[in-house]
Write a protein that binds this ligand. Structure first.
Ligand code: SF4
Length: 177
């Protein structure tokens, strides 16, 4: 069964590649700002696909659409929200919906996201929405039986081993500030 793994960044994907059944790596980061940072993270994801002999695909860099969507979901300006709150939930929804759509349109039966294994993200929210999208599109949403703290530690270890760039902020212009 064709399996699409949405990758937010290479360090988060490395431990999941070890745990997953040969996914296609799908770099999709419309949230990332600026463009140079997006290109850097995309390149690093392509690099780990090469190291792991996995296929690599990249989504569109639709940052303006992402920003419009996130803003439309909030009562106040996006910059006024703390990281981890409603702005991030809207961000997850945009990225997960884009991934599920891409999976459906490109003949995948299963999809997952690196966001679902994180110490810093609202994983229950992400997984609930992943399941909802899977039902809508007739797909399977995959989760990982891996401890988020252990995955984080392993991600750092493997990134050091392969010389992979580790970013210092989540991704968008608001996290950058
Ligand atoms: S801080 Fe991260 S999760 Fe939150 S809106 Fe920005 S990119 Fe998305």
């Amino acid at each position: 069964m064709r399996f699409l793994l949405n990758v937010c960044c290479a360090p988060c994907a490395l431990p999941l590649i070890e745990a997953a059944d040969r996914p296609v790596l799908f770099f999709y980061g419309p949230n990332i700002y600026p463009r140079e940072e997006y290109d850097k993270r995309s390149k690093e994801t392509e690099k780990i696909a090469g190291i792991s002999s996995l296929d690599f695909l990249a989504g569109e860099y639709e940052h303006d659409n992402w920003l419009r969507y996130v803003t439309s979901q909030l009562l106040n300006l996006p910059e006024t929200y703390q990281e981890g709150g409603e702005r991030c939930q809207a961000c997850f929804k945009f990225r997960l919906a884009g991934t599920a759509r891409f999976a459906k349109e490109n003949g995948f039966e299963r999809f997952a996201t690196t966001l679902s294994v994180s110490r810093f993200k609202d994983v229950s929210f992400i997984n609930r929405y992943g399941v909802e999208l899977a039902e809508q599109h007739g797909l399977e949403y995959v989760t990982f039986q891996i401890d988020a703290g252990e995955a984080h530690r392993r991600g750092i270890e493997l990134s050091r081993l392969h010389g992979i760039y580790r970013q210092k902020y989540c991704g968008c212009e608001f996290g950058l500030r």
